[in-house]
Structures are given as C-alpha cells and as structure tokens.
Ligand binder design. Structure first.
Ligand code: GLC
Ligand code: CA
Length: 566
C-alpha cells in the first residue's frame, strides 16, 4: 500500500453553522472557526472538513450551492477562508471543503440560464425534458427527500427537470463534457488556494440510468426507491477516474467520498492504490436496522450487530485501502445516543464506543461535539425540527397511518438535527456558542455536557479522545495503529468487542459493550496498558480478566516477534 500524507492523521468535521458564532447573529461562521484553531490543535487533529460554506439559499443547509466561487456572507468572506487555510497550515491542520457536485442550487446562475433558455448550452447542464400536464413522467423514481424526482421547470409549463434530492437541488448533467470541465476547473481553483482536499457529497448519484425508465412501485405513492436505478446504472467509474486525474491526483490532495450503494467489486477502484479517492466513509454501522419503508420502521442496532458491521467493513477493506471510520456526522443522530442502549450516558460507555471505532484500521473522523460526548436532543414535537429530511420522513409515517405523536416518536431518533445543534463550549448562556439567539436550539443538557467542564478534568471524555489521537501519532505505536491489520479476538463472545491490531507490534483492543461486568480471556503474553477508560483493571497477569461495565482497554503486547500466536 502506497503511503500518503493523510494516513496518520485524525480528521474532524465541522458543521460551520453550529460550531462557533463570532458576531452574535446566531449562526456559526469562519471567524468563529479561526478562533478555535488553537483548540483543534490542542485536540490533535490534522484534517478539518468543513460542511459547505459556499453561497447558498440554505434550503438543505448549504448542500445547495448557488456560487461555488464565493463564501456565503452569513459564514464570512473569501479573506476569512484564505486566513483559515493559512492559519490551519501553521498548526499542521489541512482544511478540507465539501464538494457538492451531484447538484447545485436552483438559484445557481447555470440553472437560472437554463430556465431562461432550456434549449441553450445551460439547458444541457441539467436533465430537462418535455412534458405536458397529464403525461407520464420520464421515470417513477422517488427523490431522497420525498416526492418524484421531477418538477416543473420554472417559467416553462411544458418542461420538467430532475432532482434526486430537494427540488431546490437540480441535478447536474455529468454526461455533458462542458459541465464536467466547469466542475474540474472549480476544484483546481480551490486546490490552487492551498486547500487540503475535499469531502465529496452524494457522489454515486452522478451517474443516471439512461434513458430514464420505471421500476415497480414500492409504496402507495406509485414511486420506487432511487436505489433501484443506482443498482443498474453503469459507468460512474469513468467519471470518477476522470475527475481524480484532472484534479486531486495533480495536487496530491486528500479526498473522502460519501459513497453509498457502491458495487462491491468497485471498492479497489475507489479506495485502492491510485483509487479515485483517498478514502470513503464506512456507513455499514449506520445502515444497521434501516428499512426501505422509511425511518418509522427503522430500529436501533445491538452490540452484536455493531460488532459484525465493524468486522465486516474491516474485512472488506483491509487488503484494499482505508475506510474512514465514524460514529456520527451531520446526517446522523449522535453516536452515543444511537449505538449505546437507550438512556446510557455515562462517560465510560461514551469512551468505549469512541475507542472501539477510533482504533479500527482506517482514517478516524470525529464530528464536532463527539469529543465531549454530545448527546441527542429531547425534541418535543415536529415544530422544533428544521431538517427537511426529518420533516419528510415524519410525513411518510403519517401517510402510513401512524397518529401524529407516534409518527414523531418513531422518526425523531434518526433526525439529522440531533447533530446540528450548537457546539457546547461552556455552561454559559447558549453554551457559549453565540451572544445572540442560536439558529437551532441548544441541547438543554449543556450545563452537564460542555467543553469547559471537561478540558481540565483528567478523566473526561475530551481528554480520553486527546489520548486516543496522541496514541495514533506516537512513533512507537503509529505504524501498528495506522497500518496494522485487524484480527478479531474472541469474536463469538457476546457483547465483547475485541480485536488485535498487528503491525510491527501487537496491540489488543478490548471492550465490554454492555452494562454488565464480564469475565474474558486475554491472549497469552505480557502486556502494558496503553489506555483504560476506568481507573482499575482486574487481570491476574495471565489470561483471565474481569471487565467492568463498559470497560475499554488498549493493551500493548510488544514487538511482533515476541508475541505468541494467538
Ligand atoms: C449528503 C449530505 C447531506 C445532504 C445530501 C444532499 O448526503 O451529507 O447533508 O442533504 O448529500 O446534498
Ligand atoms: Ca455569525
């Protein structure tokens, strides 16, 4: 495997709107982020991914871009962005932006021009079709945020355009070489500024199954899951190869794909040596318990399912490349509220979950607030929700016949807004996020869960994450933690999640994924404790070990030669 500058780093995702507000308008901004760079350095991260800060009407919180070359004034200026890149570099932090090129905003100039003249060159930047009221649509695919993927082209009662997501997010026509050229030019423009790279949004969707066609309907709305077309569409690889060669490869830039529904055999092309991307997120844990009928049918994962998902992903990727490991992001509930049994909020369990995920082979990504153990929000009803996806899923549940309260209770555990509430800096007003009124309510638990309380406390979740990050950089262990292979240990023991990382040393990760104490056996040989989430360790010095509830250990068994075969 070719070695790359990002392999040993820890990445951190910022959701700019909710990170830190510098001017009291209730919206986080770039100056707020610049002011926290020292904090990020103290934490130890080396890559910071910003969710979109481009000009946008914020119909989907910035994932609807109206100008790829400008910063939205709510977030700051281009000078602020340049300063962030510069100041990040001084602290060993590469800034990575979101690349949202499956679609743009309906307020982007390209789309406005397409509306003015659908038969002109910009009409070819989108998927626009003739259509007369009463006629059948070109296909019956359901958009991710609900309803058909087709909507009337503004100003043209006889034309429709395609959107895989919200109707304010028209899809770009990647079949058009002019469009692709414009996209690559834009990517290079940012990389020329010194940007470290990109997180690439929703990228599998850029290849459509053409000509458009129907699939059997899977709900009463007569539509089908858009995934049906993704299964059949061939040729996304050609676009991705071209994009990589025209952009990232030339700059040795970092890239992480938001890739769902990839074809298994494509993994080497995506993240292998000379793959299109440096890495891609592992979503296999997120998908546990999901159901095509909608969130109202989803259920929460168990520890055993979580273990299987982790080991499955490790097995698929280990001979190929690096996955990016997460427990949460801006599209998911908080990891500690989702993967731990309901109601478990103790520090030990939070650290255990973080440690298990962080130590897997791959690139660890933390999401803002994860490092202090931020939790889901006790939303009371749908009027408190901002996220368009949750609102749609609530309506899906209502249409399925659930009464309002039940519909809300069924979908809210999966809401994207849990992760989008302001970062909890302190126990002061608005958790220290803003001097004004926050755009989304602060989680009321901020007086209990906040950075100020944890920073100086040695046994806090925050300091635990700092130690994990430091361990990954420690010259003695880095080779093993970064590149070593993963070997499950005692996989069949229920609620015990344990694995070796084997590189030039042998390191064992052992976690009690439950609130009950358990006896486990450790491998033969002497070890040193690198990290323990509890003050005590009950081991007899040989193989017997008594793990307390949620106990998590990292044990160093020394250089590989000295290790007995487990
Ligand atoms: C990705 C983003 C999500 C957004 C969607 C459409 O999944 O992470 O937030 O809504 O793409 O751009
Ligand atoms: Ca602001």
């Amino acid at each position: 495997m070719q070695r790359k500058w990002w392999h040993g780093k820890t990445a951190y995702q910022i959701y700019p709107k909710s990170f830190c507000d510098s001017n009291g308008d209730g919206i986080g901004d770039l100056r707020g982020i610049i002011g926290k760079l020292d904090y990020l350095q103290e934490l130890g991260v080396g890559i910071v991914w910003l969710s979109p800060v481009y000009c946008s009407p914020l119909a989907d919180q910035g994932y609807d871009i109206s100008d790829y070359y400008a910063i939205d004034p709510r977030f700051g200026t281009m000078d602020d962005m340049d300063e962030l890149i510069r100041e990040g570099k001084k602290r060993g932090i590469s800034i990575v932006m979101d690349l949202v090129v499956n679609h743009c905003s309906d307020e982007h100039e390209w789309f406005r021009r397409a509306c003015e003249d659908p038969d002109g060159p910009y009409g070819q930047f989108f998927y626009i079709r003739q259509w007369h009221p009463g006629e059948k649509l070109p296909c019956n695919w359901r958009s991710y945020f609900g309803g058909p993927v087709w909507d009337l082209l503004p100003g043209h009662p006889d034309r429709i355009y395609f959107h895989a997501f919200h109707k304010k997010q028209p899809d770009l026509n990647w079949e058009n070489p002019m469009l692709r050229k414009e996209v690559y030019r834009m990517i290079r423009w940012w990389l020329d500024k010194g940007l470290g790279g990109f997180r690439i949004d929703a990228i599998i969707n850029i290849k459509k199954l053409l000509p458009f066609c129907d699939f059997p309907a899977d709900r009463d709305d007569g539509l089908c899951d858009i995934k049906r077309m993704l299964e059949k569409a061939e040729g996304v690889n050609v676009f991705l190869r071209e994009m990589a060669d025209e952009t990232f490869v030339r700059y040795d830039a970092f890239s992480v794909g938001e890739v769902f529904d990839e074809k298994e055999e494509d993994l080497p092309f995506i993240i292998g040596d000379n793959g299109y991307f440096s890495t891609m997120f592992d979503f296999s844990e997120k998908l546990i318990g999901s159901d095509p009928r909608g969130w109202y049918c989803w259920r929460l994962p168990t520890a055993e399912e979580y273990k299987d998902a982790c080991f499955g992903a490790q097995a698929r990727s280990s001979d190929v490349g690096f996955l990016a490991n997460i427990i949460e992001n801006h599209d998911e509930p908080r990891g500690v509220s989702h993967y731990l049994p309901q109601g478990v909020t103790c520090d030990a369990a939070k650290k255990m979950l973080g440690g298990v995920n962080f130590m897997l082979r791959g690139l660890p990504f933390l999401y803002q607030g994860q490092e202090i153990g931020m939790e889901n929000v006790p939303f009371a009803d749908i009027t408190e929700i901002d996220d368009i996806h949750t609102i749609d899923q609530y309506e899906v549940a209502l249409r399925a016949g659930l009464p309002k309260e039940e519909a809300f209770a069924a979908v809210v555990p999966f809401s994207r807004d849990h992760a989008r509430t302001p970062f909890q800096w302190s126990a002061e007003k608005n958790a220290g996020f803003t001097a004004g009124t926050p755009w989304l309510k602060v989680n009321p638990n901020y007086t209990r869960v906040n950075l100020a309380e944890q920073r100086g406390r040695e046994d806090s979740v925050y300091n635990f994450y700092r130690r994990l990050i430091a361990l990954r950089k420690d010259p003695l262990f880095a080779e093993t933690i970064v590149y070593g292979r993963t070997e499950p240990w005692q996989r069949e023991k229920e609620n015990f999640l344990s694995y070796f990382r084997r590189g030039d040393r042998s390191i064992l990760v052992a976690a009690n994924f439950s609130g009950e104490a358990m006896d486990v056996s450790l491998p033969d040989g002497s070890f040193e404790v690198l990290l323990n989430n509890l003050p005590e360790l009950h081991a007899d010095g040989k193989t017997a070990c008594h793990l307390l509830p949620w106990q998590f250990l990292i044990l160093d068994y020394g250089p590989m030669e000295g290790v007995m075969k487990a």
